[in-house]
Structure formats: C-alpha cells, structure tokens
Write a protein that binds this ligand. Structure first.
Ligand SMILES: [Zn+2]
Length: 484
C-alpha cells in the first residue's frame, strides 16, 4: 500500500468525532492482519507496536501519534448523513478534497502514515509505538483517557500539524469554563423583536484570536447595553455560537419592548450604534451586520415569559463585565498570544414552569502557554460570575506543551529536513491546542515535535490536502524513523 492508498481506505469509513467505533475496529483488524501487538482501551484509542527493523534493536522506541476522529461539516445543499455515510473524494490537480464535506486530512493523513509505517517491512526504524487517539476535536478526550504506561518511548512525533516545513515545538494549554447564572422572570405583554448580528468571519479561537475579529455575542451585548441606557425592555433569550473553540459568527437575541414603545425612535438609536460597530470592524469583519424583524403591530405578543427588567439589566452588565480576547502576548515569539480567552457559546435556558428562572450560560475556552496565567484568567471569570450569583464549572483541561530550548529530537528532525529538502524548517509555537500538551503531562521528560502536510481550510467543507506535500511529509517521517 502507499500513504495515499491508506488515506483513501480511511475516507471510506465514516469517522466523525464521537463516531469512531468503526475506525477503531478497522485499526484493530489491521493490527491482527499485520500480526502486530496492539491494545485498544475503553475510550477507543488504539496503540499498535512494531518491533525494530534489523540493526535497530537497541534503539529507543519512537512514538508516532495522530487522532482518528474528524470534524464533520458539510455545505447546506449536501444531503449525506456523515455519521453513517462515507465522503466522496475529488482529485483536483495537486489537491484532494471532498464533495461538499470536510475531507478529514485532519487527521486521516496521520492515520495513513502510521499504517504505512506499520505495514511496510522494508523500512528502517527503531521499535515503533503508534498511538491512534479518538475524539481529539471535541476536547482531546481520547488523549485524556489514554493510559500511557504501556508506552516506553520518550520521543513523540505528532502528525497533526497543517503546514509542511513548519515544526511545532510547543502549544498553549486550555480549559473549558462554563458559567451559569439564573435570572428572575415574569410574564409580560409587549412587542417582541428579534435582533440578529451576523456576517462575521469568526475562526478558530486558538489561531484567530489575535486577528481582531469581532465575537457576535459581545457585539450583541454591546448593542443591547447601549439600548438599555435609553429604553426599557425585557430580555427573553440570547444565543450565539455552538462550538467552544470557534469565535461565534452569529448571535440572536429576543427582547420585549413595552406596548407603546416607539419603533422609529428606537430604530434611529439602533442604526447609530450599528453604524459605529460596522465602522469599527470594517477591516476585520467587512460583512458584519445588525438587523431586526420589527414589522409594526405584527410583533405584538401576550404573556411572554422573559427576564424582569431588573434581571435584564443585571444580565447585560454581566456580559459587559466578562473579559474576552488576548490577555497577554508572548515575550519570546512576537505576535503570538500567550494567554487568551474566547466565549464560543452563549445561550439562555428557559425554565420548566412560569415562576422558574431563565439561566444565562456561556462557555469560554481559556488558553495559555503558561499554566499559572491560565489559572489567573479562570479566577477572573470566577470572581465576576460569583459576583453575579452564578457558578463556574470546568472541563476539558489540558496542560501547556512548554517549549524546550534544547531538544535533541527536534535538532535531529531539523537536520533530516535540511538534508532531504535543502532548506531549514521553521520552528514555531502555537496558541491552539495539540494532544502533545496532555501527553507531555503524562510522560515524564517527553521530547515532542509536531509536523504535517499542507492542508487548507480544515474543519470546513473547503478542506483540501496537497498530495505532493503529503508524499514529501511521508518521506520526512521515513527519514526521521531511520535516524531515530
Ligand atoms: Zn487535528
């Protein structure tokens, strides 16, 4: 087989996050067919071991690692059930993509390269420990559950990066922080208006947090806060964003104005605020727009369950008080955020009965390459949320993968790269998360590097993989195995 051959095989198996049973079983069967020792844990992670090739018996084992799950995204006109149906591949010159869906080069290319390393018996390598983790894209659950005591290597090559010629040598740690704050309710008659903030570019909150892009939830909060200073209204609901690690591109809020509120006056105020915000973000979010659906008497409603006016003010003050964005930049890598937080999800939960409370809940992803600074930001969130009589809960915590100034493994990879391609690779730190963080926390003294082929627009239906780059990356992995 070849790495492309294995990649095509993987593409024929649906393997979205939380739907990895089938691919784990496929890998188990592969290990059996190749007569290789393997373990599969309860989470679904699979580790396959291959003895050293002749002459490498006394070398230290090398760990290769990648994740088996992919983000399932499709265009609005795609009818596939991606949890059950395979994607359709399209080859376009040098590029491989999928028909109206994500491709899963993130991180199927890693799976394919590890399978090739395990099955090609003509390769030179030390003992290999190939780690296939599940559910990386949904909070690195597989790596978190992984029992690393079965591994004896202390050098790990992670295959989950997206740019050829770039070696990642460290990443931020993260924690998902969710607040829940209850607000008193009442039932009121009035004019129910839905506001929509949309057209934002968003992006991954690790890679794009330093690009100055707007977060739809905070744009909505600003707008409503300004309105609150001039007019009375009750907040019914607010909702924006659905992924903890993405900057929300859209936010909706329903608010109830009292009967008799003057549409034209309020509209003027909204327009003024809208113009200011649109101008402010004209460079970073040129399509940002604020709209509402107030069509005169059509919006009259009776008995709407909403926050009391006092609760509405409190809710908007909470949203205005919450920090968001880059908190500190790295002193070592110019322009790289050191610590940031991004609210990816905001919503209201309606009570089950009329005298219950509306709960405002939001989820932040806090990232830092310095664990203690991450703790400080979490404490800031906690201080605010407690002041508003709410609670903050935490999950998906992973430690930073701290940059090692001296890494013999990285130096070796740099020289293999130079020998093969006649140029120096770039060594970077990233603000996003990689499983290397969790794994470094579990394996004492782990020396890690992350590489990968050129892929574009991952996590979107435009995702594509550069085929020659994938083949060159495999050449690099072979070279690394030979020297390891
Ligand atoms: Zn990935």
């Amino acid at each position: 087989m070849s790495v492309m051959g294995y990649f095509r095989q993987i593409c024929a198996i649906p393997h979205g996050s939380f739907h990895t049973e089938q691919i784990s079983s496929f890998l188990e069967q592969f290990a059996q067919d190749e007569k290789l020792r393997y373990v599969r844990d309860e989470a679904g992670n699979v580790i396959i071991f291959k003895p050293a090739s002749p002459g490498y018996e006394d070398h230290e084992p090398l760990i290769l690692q990648g994740h088996v799950d992919m983000v399932l995204e499709k265009t609005a006109d795609c009818t596939k059930d991606l949890e059950k149906e395979a994607i359709t591949l399209i080859e376009d010159g040098e590029w491989l993509k999928a028909d109206r869906t994500t491709l899963g080069a993130d991180d199927g290319t890693a799976v394919a390269m590890m399978m090739e390393a395990l099955s090609d018996n003509s390769l030179a390598h030390p003992p290999l420990e190939c780690v296939f983790t599940v559910n990386e894209e949904v909070g690195m659950l597989g790596a978190e559950a992984l029992d690393t005591s079965v591994l004896s290597g202390t050098r790990l090559l992670n295959l989950d990066s997206e740019e050829e010629g770039v070696l990642t040598a460290g990443c931020a740690g993260g924690a998902e922080e969710t607040f829940r704050v209850p607000f008193k309710t009442e039932t009121e008659d009035g004019i129910l208006v839905e506001f929509l903030v949309d057209g934002l570019l968003g992006g991954h909150s690790g890679d794009a947090i330093n690009r100055g892009r707007a977060n739809a939830d905070f744009i909505m909060a600003r707008l409503l806060y300004r309105l609150m200073k001039k007019y009375e209204f009750n907040l019914v609901s607010i909702e924006g964003g659905n992924k903890d690690n993405a900057i929300p591109r859209e936010c909706r809020a329903s608010i109830l104005f009292p009967n008799g509120a003057e549409q034209s006056t309020i509209e003027k105020t909204v327009q003024k605020i809208d113009d200011q915000i649109v101008a402010e973000y004209s460079r970073t979010d040129p399509e940002l727009s604020v709209t509402w659906n107030w069509k005169g008497d059509e919006n009259l409603r009776r008995d709407v369950l909403c926050m009391t006016e006092k609760a509405t003010r409190k809710a908007l003050r909470l949203l205005m008080a919450l920090p968001n964005g880059v908190i500190e930049y790295s002193p070592d890598f110019p322009g790289l955020p050191q610590t940031s937080l991004s609210m990816g999800i905001l919503k209201t939960e309606m009570p089950e009965d009329e005298d219950g409370e509306i709960v405002l809940t939001g989820t932040f992803l806090v990232r830092s390459s310095i664990n203690s600074q991450k703790g400080y930001v979490i404490n800031r969130l906690e201080a605010i949320v407690k002041e508003f009589d709410g609670e903050l809960t935490e999950c998906g915590v992973y430690p930073a993968w701290e940059y090692r100034p001296d890494s013999s493994f990285r130096n070796m990879i740099v020289s293999v790269f130079e020998a093969k391609f006649g140029r120096k690779p770039e060594v970077v730190m990233i603000h996003g998360g990689l499983e290397c963080g969790l794994l470094s926390g579990k394996i004492a003294g782990l020396d890690c590097v992350s590489i990968g082929p050129d892929t574009e627009d991952i996590h979107t239906p435009a995702e594509r993989l550069n085929i020659p780059s994938f083949e060159r990356t495999w050449e690099l992995v072979k070279g690394i195995m030979e020297q390891a």
